[in-house]
Write a protein that binds this ligand. Structure first.
Ligand SMILES: Cc1cc2nc3c(=O)[nH]c(=O)nc-3n(C[C@H](O)[C@H](O)[C@H](O)COP(=O)(O)OP(=O)(O)OC[C@H]3O[C@@H](n4cnc5c(N)ncnc54)[C@H](O)[C@@H]3O)c2cc1C
Length: 443
């Protein structure tokens, strides 16, 4: 069983022996559905709070099969889509709270990895949000100013000249720099989380999709070859949540793409500089994100997104988007215009209609869900797992009191309206990006 290896470069490089599927009738105190970072973190934290709990985790394919095994590995502080949108949607205080939650998530991820010696190529080069036009530079500076007014720290503006000394691309007009952020190997991290869970006696079954979940009169989760009766259930199914009736309107899957080059040699890296090896994202609506891997492959992701229809979640990569990403490398670093790309892939991110994460109870307190990290869940999911575990155990704390926990989620309409709205928003984003990248100064 190796089909999952085609889903990303990261998955292709790791030898993994999936756990056996669940067979027969089982019982558990809590069953976790989904073996990405969220599910693994929930399972870990449940056992951390109460080692006597019987916790079972089921994963439809293999650990890290979803976004957790396909992402770019940026450990970053962005909540949802942008700070400006969070402020617009939830107000100034919530924007501040969201950023502080994310700072805590990043710090927690770092401490967690260090404390448990997780082998996941973790590094802390910081993060650059680069402006690709003067108008976008203006925009980032305005966002920084807003951040300053609400007391956000650890973010600084780097002007065009200083930025050029770090990264030699004519395209960049300045950047926001955040030292706190890091980079990792996404799949090594997922498998290390799996190892920790197993060490804490979480029962993990891969190749085990939940085909039906019943919440009343008691929780039961049906799978192709078995059933689990439990006290409580955690839905950690992210973009795949459209498969479950109680969650299907809370978010939609949107696919983002990645291309990966062969390792760059010194003569190819030298003209770029990039000695700090920062993770870089631009500030367009449909962001491009790029980084170096441990062996100096150039990873370029983002740009246009795919919007699947109906119950489709994980279509094959869109060849046009893949082509555009390769072209983007040539735009940023012209001397790499002929570089070979060894891998291309895509994966689904979970997108609520207001582009902000959501977590909470479903009905009474027997079921908890967490979804909607958009493209920014690597750090957030570890802390979210702790928050969700607290919810499942009926605990109250500063993190369960965060504004996005048990928030009202505006439902997506059914198809075909859902697809029309998503494509219209995307079309607007594209248009705005085009205008911003052409505009010299924002009015
Ligand atoms: C291409 C790409 C690049 C990204 N880059 C970054 C980045 O650099 N930084 C960042 O912060 N975020 C990034 N993200 C987002 C980040 O990866 C996600 O927010 C995060 O991994 C979500 O974790 P999760 O566990 O909630 O979901 P997932 O990893 O999607 O896990 C859900 C799991 O549920 C399983 N499942 C689904 N249905 C069932 C079922 N019926 N029964 C059992 N199991 C089921 C799936 O197989 C899957 O493994 C990126 C995402 C993508 C796709």
């Amino acid at each position: 069983m190796t089909y999952y290896k085609e889903k990303s470069y990261w998955l292709s490089t790791i030898d993994h022996q999936p756990s056996e599927p669940l067979r027969g009738t089982h019982s558990a105190d809590i069953v976790v559905i989904g073996g990405g970072y969220t599910g693994l973190s929930v399972a870990y934290h449940l056992k951390m709070f109460d080692p006597s709990l019987d916790v079972t985790l089921i994963e439809s394919d293999v650990i890290g099969y979803g976004a957790s095994g396909r992402n770019a590995g940026f450990v970053m502080t962005l909540f949802g889509f942008t700070l400006a949108l969070t402020r617009f949607r939830f107000g100034k205080n919530s924007a501040k709270e969201a950023h502080h939650y994310m700072e805590r998530a990043v710090d927690y991820t770092r401490e967690f990895i260090e404390e448990h010696s997780l082998d996941c190529d973790f590094e802390f080069p910081g993060f650059l949000r680069v402006a690709t036009s003067p108008a976008l530079a203006d925009d980032i500076q305005k966002e920084l100013e807003f951040g300053n007014t609400i007391g956000l720290e650890g973010r600084e503006w780097i002007d065009r000249v200083a930025l050029y000394q770090r990264i030699q691309s004519e395209v960049f007009h300045g950047a926001l720099f955040e030292q706190r952020c890091g980079l990792m190997h996404p799949v090594k991290y997922a498998f290390e989380l799996k190892r920790l869970c197993e060490e804490m006696n979480v029962k993990i079954f891969e190749q085990t999709p939940a085909t039906e979940v019943q919440l009343k009169p008691s929780v039961s989760v049906t799978t192709p070859e078995g059933i689990i009766n439990a006290e409580k259930v955690m839905f950690a199914t992210n973009a795949y949540s459209i498969l479950f009736p109680s969650l299907k309107r809370k978010q939609i899957p949107v696919t983002t793409h990645i291309v990966l080059s062969r390792p760059l040699i010194d003569d190819e890296l030298k003209p770029i500089g990039w000695e700090g090896r920062e993770g870089i994202e631009d500030s367009r609506n449909l962001v491009h994100y790029f980084r170096l891997t441990k062996d100096n492959r150039l990873l370029m992701g983002g740009g246009n997104v795919g919007i699947p229809y109906g119950k489709e979640i994980d279509p094959d990569p869109d060849t046009e988007i893949v082509k555009q990403l390769k072209q983007r490398v040539a735009v940023l670093f012209p001397h790499l215009s002929k570089i070979e790309f060894t891998n291309t892939w895509s994966g689904p991110v979970s997108v609520p209609i207001d582009l902000a994460p959501a977590m909470g109870y479903i009905g009474d307190q027997r079921a908890v869900y967490s979804l909607g990290c958009v493209g920014h869940g690597v750090s957030m999911t570890l802390l979210n797992g702790k928050t969700a575990a607290e919810l499942l155990l009926g605990k109250k704390s500063d993190i369960t009191d965060t504004f996005f926990v048990n928030r009202k989620v505006i439902p997506w309409p059914p198809e075909p309206l859902r697809n029309i709205i998503a494509k219209s928003v995307c079309g607007f984003f594209k248009l705005e990006d085009r205008i911003y990248e052409r505009t010299l100064k924002r009015k």
